[in-house]
Write a protein that binds this ligand. Sequence first.
Ligand code: SAH
Ligand code: SF4
Length: 400
Amino acid sequence: MSGSLTAELTEVERDRILAKSVLFAPPPARLADGRRDLVGLSRAELAAELAEIGEKPFRAKQLWHWIYHQGVTDFSRMSSIARPLQEKLAERFVIGRPEAATVQTSEDATRKFLFRFRDGQEAETVYIPDREEDRGAVCISSQVGCTLSCRFCHTGTQALVRNLGAAEIVGQFMAARDAYGEWPSPKGETPRLLSTIVLMGMGEPLYNYENVAKAMTIVMDNEGIALSRRRITLSTSGVVPMVERCGSELGVNLAVSLHAVRDELRDELVPLNRKYPIAELIAACRRYPAASNARRITFEYIMLRGVNDTPADARELVRLIAGIPAKVNLIPFNPWPGSRFEVSTKAAIDRFAGIVMDAGFSSPVRSPRGQDILAACGQLRTASRRSRDEGESRRSRPAA
Ligand code: SAH
Ligand code: SF4
């Protein structure tokens, strides 16, 4: 009896998840003209597409090299492929890129892209140059909007529109490389400007795990972009059941958006905490398969004036993470219109950082970058939608 009840519930739950993922699914990989986008396919899927048009498996290897190592988007530039096959490929396939709807470059060289996808949806990607070295990180979005409504986050005010597909996730990085002329991919670990990926843009990557995992597998493939898993950091607000899977399957660095050390406060700031409270989250971090002294877990902690920034908070933080190979990133809150918070004072941040450091954890204060263009993550998309809506209402207004 109870067995059948469980089975029933599971089926309901499964239907619910399925309905959700269909609802939030990215657009189909086929264009309106019937051609298929090759970006975002796994190696096996690429080989299957080619087999369907009678091509042998070695062609998939060849194409992979052109797409992900050389960064070529035009079949006619694939010099190792004879002209008739180039034409046949161009009739059936495309090598797509998201379109840059807006590009803004800050005085400190931080560059923010608003990428528009085939169905018109948009997401943000930011290139953040390293101050000392000639390299930098690309901050990538995993969803359009977010379901999680963290109180301090501008993206959280935008209802989730949909998940990004693997092609759209890897496409953000590829389009950013296009903008910097950074093809072909470097062999090994040669420093390049776009040499690191942080999944810290819009959305919760562990709520779109399949697409994120597929995109990161493509990015890590040695015969293509070939980024080491050490050069990829995934940031999560704490989707506990997915954390271990992420570590064992992808082995990327983990960043955890902690932001509060007591459940009552974290329940408010990061509502997902009501589902996965602090103790469970910290336990999952202790078990994270890809963490070591050489590859520490980053705890992100946003500094909110008078909310979470006391010495007692700092001491509790240190107690919580004791024994975890970790560092703590202190992030001064970045205000946005309508936000209810203020950034902590410099004195409070310094005091907090000192306590964490004295306990043996590195505790850098993330300096605000690209403030003249950035504002809080998620704002560019809102601004773009607003100006488009205004444009549309202007257009629909009768001429005077
Ligand atoms: N959803 C994931 C990844 C995207 S958010 C997560 O929450 O981890 C990436 C980081 O930006 C998070 O640490 C988040 O807390 C931080 N962030 C969001 N809004 C911010 C703001 N207004 N000022 C500073 N950091 C912010
Ligand atoms: Fe979503 Fe992360 Fe923003 Fe929270 S902080 S609303 S999880 S994007």
